[in-house]
Design a binder for this molecule. Structure first.
Ligand code: GLA
Length: 386
């Protein structure tokens, strides 16, 4: 939708002239499930956005229209918060109330129209894009000057309290701090960001959506996080200096293997090795050594499949198909897992082959076609000025 179309839709429903805000989705290149273990991730924001058109009201009501779903809701800020309805409204209400809490102000009412081009439920952070766009709009309409990092944390708070997933900070950081032309190596402990170019003239990144989302995704996510916390608890008895799996080495893990339940051992092995891979991949990308970066992506996938156990047949199949093509450097699942997308690093002249082969073989095996995307990297959230 163009800005004019969004403005026209807004005016059909509400009064006043809206301001416009955008926040992008993201693809993670490598560093999966490491964010809530104070590790390293390497996402880039994509040129698919949530856009919020918003104007203030004189009361305490938020009238919010989700254009793509053709649904309207009213949140009365005079009432207590409503948590975990299990619908899109959790993201919107969660974000408004979380920024109000985090920045300590009482928001006025507002009219909001939300529309998004981020594929939903595909592991591309459509949820963080809503949280950040709505949070940005709420802060701006109330004239609150804000630190962008705090906006990202408010988005994460919405995810924890209102949606019920104990997610890390990768998605919200990518949506806030993305930078066109680069991926962002984020140290989830120090929060230091290093922007890295990840393609050259001949190289590109393809994203393939399995179009499945197995419904254990959210409960298994919280289970994985609990397993990582259990590992830290046990390992601390032997090494009191350990604050998170970030502090654990492969040597420590093998030394204490007998003290860790098998599932906890496997989860830890993934996190420890994934942190190493992510740093090595960032180096490889900086040197435009796509062979090495791609190899690390394949290894990341194997570790997520075998040790972290968050992949699924559809994702494994697409990675397998990609690995048979010579123009593909690497491929892996991206995002939380149990469905969603793969991300592949490949030569530009192999894009057609990857698309055609994946679509054909996937459709033959699973009975429906996956979606194929080439996204451009994009800047993080902003107000859209005329
Ligand atoms: C989801 C979460 C992120 C991150 C990924 C896995 O996208 O929201 O915080 O943990 O899964 O890497």
């Amino acid at each position: 939708m163009t800005r004019e179309q969004i403005a026209a839709e807004f005016q059909r429903r509400f009064e006043g002239r809206p301001r416009f805000f955008q926040a992008p989705g993201r693809v993670n290149l490598i560093g999966e499930h490491t964010d809530y273990n104070e590790g390293f991730v390497m996402p880039f924001a994509i040129d698919r956005h949530t856009i919020v058109a918003a104007s203030p009201r004189n009361d305490l009501k938020i009238h919010v229209h989700a254009y793509d779903l053709a649904e309207t809701a009213v949140i009365d800020l005079a009432d207590g918060p409503r948590l975990r309805r299990g619908t899109w409204l959790d993201y919107a209400e969660g974000s408004i109330r979380s920024v109000a809490d985090r920045f300590n102000f009482k928001p006025s009412g507002a009219d909001m129209l939300i529309t998004s081009s981020v594929p939903i439920g595909a592991g591309l952070s459509s949820s963080a894009a809503i949280e950040i766009a709505v949070g940005y709009a709420t802060l701006a309409l109330n004239d609150i000057r804000f630190d962008q990092q705090e906006l990202a944390f408010a988005g994460q708070m919405a995810e924890h309290e209102y949606v019920g997933t104990r997610s890390g900070i990768m998605d919200q950081f990518a949506s806030v701090f993305g930078r066109r032309g680069t991926a962002m190596l984020l140290d989830c402990r120090s929060l230091e960001r290093t922007y890295v170019g990840v393609t050259d003239e001949q190289t590109t990144i393809a994203v393939i959506d399995t179009k499945v989302k197995h419904n254990l995704a959210s409960s298994e996510y919280n289970t994985r996080r609990a397993e990582c916390e259990e590992a830290v608890k046990i390992l601390r008895e032997h090494h009191p200096g350990i604050g998170s799996l970030r502090d654990v080495t492969a040597e420590m893990l093998s030394r204490f293997a007998n003290f860790l339940p098998q599932n906890v051992m496997k989860r830890s092995r993934h996190i420890v090795s994934e942190n190493k891979r992510t740093l090595a991949a960032a180096d490889a990308f900086m040197q435009e050594d796509f062979e090495s970066a791609g190899k690390l992506m394949y290894e990341s996938h194997a570790s997520l499949r075998d040790d972290y156990e968050v992949s699924c047949d559809e994702l494994d199949f697409l990675v397998e198909v990609a690995s048979d093509l010579t123009g593909v450097f690497g491929s892996r699942m991206t995002g939380g897992g149990f469905g969603g997308c793969t991300v592949s690093l490949l030569r530009k002249d192999s894009v057609d082959e990857l698309r055609d082969t994946s679509v054909k073989l996937y459709a033959t095996k699973f009975g429906f076609e996956p979606d194929f995307y080439i996204f451009e990297s994009a800047d993080g959230a902003s107000e859209i000025l005329a």
